[in-house]
Design a binder for this molecule. Sequence first.
Ligand SMILES: Nc1ncnc2c1ncn2[C@@H]1O[C@H](COP(=O)(O)OP(=O)(O)OP(=O)(O)O)[C@@H](O)[C@H]1O
Length: 480
Amino acid sequence: MTILETPKVQRDVDMVWQNCLKIIRDSISEQSYKTWFEPIIPGKLEGKKLTIQVPSQFFYEWLEENYVHLLRKALDFSIGRDGTLEYTIIVDSGNQKKNEPPIAINMPQHSSPVGRVDNNPMNDQVRNPFEMKDLNSLNLDSYLNPNYTFDNFVEGDCNRLARAAGFAVASKPGVTSFNPLMIYGGVGLGKTHLVQAIGNFMKNKAANKFVLYVSSEKFTSQFINAIRNNSLQDFMNFYMQVDILIIDDVQFLSGKEKTQETFFHIFNHLHQSGKQIVMTSDRPPRELEGVEDRLLSRFKWGLTADLQTPDFETRIAIIQKKAQAEGISIAYEVIEYLAHSIDTNVRELEGVMISLLAQASLTRREIDVELAKNTLRHLVKDSEKEVTIDTIIEAVTEHFKVRIPDLKGKSRLREIVLPRQIAMYLAKELTNLSLKSIGYHFGGRDHSTVIHAIQTVNDLMDTDKDISSAVNKLLKIFRK
Ligand SMILES: Nc1ncnc2c1ncn2[C@@H]1O[C@H](COP(=O)(O)OP(=O)(O)OP(=O)(O)O)[C@@H](O)[C@H]1O
């Protein structure tokens, strides 16, 4: 039996073209991709020259007019900067198709030729183009989520500087003094959203720019693969061709000396070539332990901006925006209830909203405050770790044998006032809620009433053994 094998030359040209298509597919709509790129047949590869076959003269002209930058980018990626492209037109003469002589298209050259920065020790490597065999090991599926835009990133005091800096960088990458731009902040506060918005903005503005978003985790695993496959040089070359490098969660590089060293060289090369670098971290650079000093000092060259937990007004705006995006209208009192109840981070806020919408559609109920309360209670039960103001109120009313409406009402009787004050004290101890939000949950009292309640309970804890043990018992329920 004879096994027919595809000749190696054909495999090489196919692989190069497949790598081009990877870039192209991610940059245009599916419809355009189907119309203009699926009909192309990879022809041959001679050195750095790729020849592709297109169905008509018109087709070729259209590609050149509309997609020349994209093709350039794809070629950079799959062959290297000195890669060239030629077309042949398949002419239909009778039943037989035959190739016309090739047309070499005039691909735009990069304004900043690779290897321009001569004092960089890595330049020798930069001049070497990619080798096809190693492309797959880079596993380049690190593209941007188009839903993360500046338009749907709600601005507030908590993120104003970071957002403005991000927008400045996206508008003039590499030009502002914000290079690198380092965005830091706690879990779920919008770091990834913001830096991807920078990437999306740039991609839409200048399709020929090579925007790369990568998580530090992915960068590390690509680096390890590159070492394993003996293709470190290709890995470096690839990253040094990027116009804007967005690297998420750099705290992950901590303790990884070799990865840091490689990133250091890439960083230097890009920075010296006027390319933009954007990074995120879950903490400020000064707290990044296990990261080399020379790298840390570079992180501080540009601008460091933080994302804070959103304040009440921003939480309201975020909920409204998300509801709008889902095409639903939610009564303001529900929005207010949610904004007063969840103040940990935006992801959590979104999670509660999704559950609320699911509950409403499953049970065919109106979205009202009652449903919002139930949803929150269920979520807390599920996670069994978070404490909400409603679970605190329930525990306190049960302990003191009083009714919830009384606790939230106007009564000034001592047997009501004391449990109310203890509930406020517990809310301050056990949740991140602001004094204003705590007051809201107790019949709309203002923050000075809450301060007074907390002080009173603090004093009683020192002087009254019964109250001290009741409060400690309640605290224990939630802290177990
Ligand atoms: N200001 C904002 N406006 C609108 N949506 C926001 C805002 N901030 C965060 N979000 C949304 O909250 C969710 C979590 O944000 P994101 O994933 O960017 O957080 P992160 O800081 O990168 O979190 P982590 O540290 O866990 O990776 C996303 O769905 C994002 O769209």
